[in-house]
Design a protein around this ligand. Sequence first.
Ligand SMILES: Nc1ncnc2c1ncn2[C@@H]1O[C@H](COP(=O)(O)OP(=O)(O)O)[C@@H](O)[C@H]1O
Ligand SMILES: [Mg+2]
Length: 308
Amino acid sequence: MKEPHLVLGIGELLWDLLPEGPRLGGAPGNFTVMSGRLGNHSAILSRIGRDDLGRQAVGELDPLPADTSFLQVDPAHETGRVTVAFEGGQPHYEIHQPAAWDFLELTNEWVQLAERADAICFGSLAQRSRESRQTIQTLAAQTKAECIRVFDVNLRAPYYSGEIIQESLELASVMKMNDAEVPQVLALLGLPVLEQGDPDQLRGGAERLLDEFPSLQMVAVTRGGQGSLLVNRDEWHEHPGIPVKVADTIGAGDAFTAALTYYLLRGATLETLNDAGNRWGGWVASQSGAMPALPEAVRERIAAAIEG
Ligand SMILES: Nc1ncnc2c1ncn2[C@@H]1O[C@H](COP(=O)(O)OP(=O)(O)O)[C@@H](O)[C@H]1O
Ligand SMILES: [Mg+2]
């Protein structure tokens, strides 16, 4: 395979409106930036409004290794915003609707890009609208057979359903979820859920999904500071996590997914995939924000630790 690989983050690009100010995010955006930082040719497939926040999003992404040239501009709908309010220390999210990213349009340009992609990543939130759901699923279906199709579920209440998860898993070759999402996903699919605290809960759930969905090759379950579990059709591997001094964990899961994807494209073993996911997830958790700047010396040090 020629380098660099073409990797696409598909879905919502939005601003988190935090008490301290707006911060660019959305899992597909975070994934795209991290994928670019790791060395892929990485593009964001989303839609912004013809407004200040849209221009600011492009302004923020343009100096980063994230290709913004495929972003759509919606003449009628505003750039996505999420109001984050804290009540008693707990964050509450209001994901404004409709947003420009609810109107992802299936253009020939996007289809041709999807046909060339080596890996894509999509989630459930952007599928809340009929139009974006249709576009995302058609793009995933148009990728070449060997393309790595990652479904990073990222459940955001109330914008998910068993149907969205079912349809997405039928298209995916890799699924990523966190440990809290495992019982939710199984229940939404009408599959049996093992008891919380059952040592086999996560692995049993992952194996069940592999049984149910023939196109699925791997299930990744992350466990915050407790690391992660990778399960494929032949084996499984557990990682205890990399202890870090946490700044904030926003985007840690997206970094895990980006690193997993990067090393899957290089045919790495489960052990290396797990190490890479945790080292990069842990690094983002140790930094403030979901798209922290990555000094070249840090990139080299972490890559050397992973690649030995
Ligand atoms: N407190 C933490 N300490 C160290 N690593 C962390 C921490 N939180 C997250 N990570 C890293 O990020 C990965 C994904 O985090 P997790 O919270 O499970 O996912 P998500 O962000 O999707 O909910 C973890 O597997 C781990 O590698
Ligand atoms: Mg997540």
